[in-house]
Every structure is written in structure tokens, then in C-alpha cells.
Design a protein around this ligand. Structure first.
Ligand code: FAD
Length: 246
């Protein structure tokens, strides 16, 4: 077999996404780095269950995939795998990592020094605390307060990083010097999930009650999945309003 030829199922949309970096928040990134299987992988796996034949039309595949998802016959969706590189602030990572069905590897600040990459919300994105829902922020803070908040966050980031550098210069081990890093520091992961659990992730993290910052990451990944697996996305979005807006 010559060059990049392969006998594996290829998704043209996913191929186009491989290696393409999407920006999220102020310094975050999402990139599709690998995948296994296309839309037909799900249909093919399901047809195996009842010894049906392969090679049906796209419409037949969509009908089947939609029925599988609606009936919660979800195991065929586990045949598709998606791997992203994600650069995200630690406070978003703490929410992201709760999705236990992913496999991941993270930057280690034991092996390497932490880069000076810290999250500061956009001016328009400094939210006030909701008075009715303890969990969420809602509405924009007024101009003056938002400017002051950004200055405070930026100053704290700078102070923390300066202290981190000073600890390293004193000879403190990287694994200990990092204790002064705030949750606004960016980390990076390679994050791999099967499609069943990724759609579950989207159902939780595209929802309006998810924190805006993790929703921003979920939206970017959703755009990639919609492009790479259009039939799966269509089937999922049929029953999910947030997904229909992607
Ligand atoms: C809006 C929102 C608010 C949240 N607030 C909080 C909070 O205040 N505090 C907090 O600690 N967390 C919070 N979470 C995290 C939440 O509790 C879940 O840990 C997270 O959403 C991952 O969901 P999951 O377990 O379904 O996903 P995954 O871990 O990806 O699991 C997928 C599915 O696999 C199955 N599964 C996985 N592990 C097990 C297991 N051990 N036993 C049985 N079945 C399993 C379940 O069916 C599960 O739905 C919040 C999440 C959201 C979306």
C-alpha cells in the first residue's frame, strides 16, 4: 500500500478538521488529532446485531442511526472514537475531567515549567452572581466593575506567575513550585472518547445550565463532530435543542 492509502473508513469532514486549531476563550485551543470510524461505522455495527446487510443508502443509515439513538441502543456509537487536543484553564479542566468515560493525558508541570498562559475573561464576559440560582452567573457586570475585575484577575495572574518563577530560581522543584498557580492557568490535554459518551458530554455541557466557559469548549467540539459525523449529529440533534443550534 503506497503513501497514505488506507482501507479504514474515512470521514471527509473529519479529515478536513485534522490538525486545524480552533480558538476558544482568550488563549484556549481545540484540535481534532485523531479519530476512528465514520457515520457508517455505527450503522454497520448495528446491522451486525441482526445480521443485516451493509451497503444501504445514506437515508437508510440516518433512519437507523436515529432509531438507535432514540431507543438508547447506544453500543454501536461506541465503535466511533474521537481524540482532541484541548488547551483549557484549570477551572474548566476540573469540570471537564468529571466525564470519567474519557481517556486523557495532561501536561505535567513536574517535567516541564508552566508557560505564562492565564485566563482573563473578556470585558463583556464578566458576569454578576445570579440572585436566584446559587450555581450560576448571569448578566454583565457594569462597565466600571468589569474593568476593575479584569485588572484584579490579571494582576493576580501576574503575581502568581512571578512568585512561581522566583520559587524555581530559588531551586524549588517544579512539582512544588506549581502550588502557587491559580485555576486560571492553562493546561493542555489529549482527550479521547467514544461517540456514545461524547454525545452524553454534549447533552450536559451544551445545556444552558452548564458554565459558559465549558459550553464554549463543547460548542467548538460539537462543530467538529457535526462536520465529521453529520448523520450521527443529525440523529442526536433531533432530540436536543442546544445541538440543533450548532
Ligand atoms: C450543570 C452541571 C453542574 C454540575 N455541578 C456539580 C457540582 O456542583 N459538584 C460536582 O461534584 N459535580 C458537578 N457536576 C458534575 C456531574 O455530577 C457529573 O460528574 C458530570 O457531569 C459527568 O457526568 P457523567 O457521570 O454522566 O459522565 P461520565 O463520567 O462520562 O459517565 C458517563 C456515564 O457512564 C456511567 N457511569 C460512569 N461512571 C459510573 C459509575 N461510577 N457508576 C455508575 N455509572 C457510571 C453513567 O451512566 C454516566 O452517565 C455538574 C455537572 C453539570 C453538567
Amino acid at each position: 500500500m503506497a503513501g497514505n492509502e488506507t482501507k479504514r473508513p474515512i470521514s471527509p469532514g473529519a479529515e478536513d478538521e485534522l490538525g486545524r486549531t480552533h480558538k476558544v476563550l482568550d488563549k484556549g485551543e481545540v484540535e481534532l488529532v485523531d479519530y476512528v470510524g465514520d457515520d457508517r461505522t455505527v450503522a454497520r455495527a448495528a446491522r451486525t446485531s441482526y445480521q443485516g446487510s451493509d451497503g444501504k443508502s445514506e437515508e437508510a443509515d440516518l433512519r437507523l442511526i436515529t432509531r438507535l439513538w432514540n431507543d438508547r441502543h447506544t453500543s454501536p456509537f461506541e465503535m466511533v472514537g474521537v481524540t482532541f487536543r484541548i488547551r483549557l484553564p484549570i477551572f474548566v479542566m476540573r469540570q471537564h475531567v468529571r466525564h470519567r468515560t474519557a481517556s486523557l493525558n495532561e501536561w505535567s508541570f513536574r517535567y516541564t515549567e508552566c508557560p505564562e498562559l492565564f485566563y482573563v475573561p473578556d470585558h463583556d464576559d464578566v458576569r454578576s452572581q445570579s440572585k436566584t440560582n446559587k450555581q450560576v452567573g448571569e448578566g454583565r457586570l457594569d462597565e466600571d466593575a468589569a474593568s476593575k475585575a479584569r485588572t484584579l484577575i490579571d494582576g493576580m495572574n501576574h503575581h502568581a506567575y512571578t512568585t512561581y518563577r522566583q520559587l524555581l530560581e530559588l531551586g524549588v522543584a517544579r512539582e512544588q513550585a506549581r502550588v502557587v498557580l491559580p485555576v486560571s492557568a492553562y493546561t493542555q490535554i489529549v482527550w479521547s472518547m467514544d461517540m456514545r459518551n461524547l454525545l452524553h458530554y454534549f447533552s450536559l455541557r451544551l445545556a444552558p445550565d452548564a458554565q459558559k466557559e465549558i459550553r464554549d469548549y463543547a460548542k467548538v467540539m460539537a462543530v467538529i463532530v457535526k462536520k465529521g459525523w453529520p448523520l450521527i449529529w443529525k440523529a442526536f440533534a433531533e432530540g436536543n435543542e442546544a445541538a440543533r443550534n450548532i
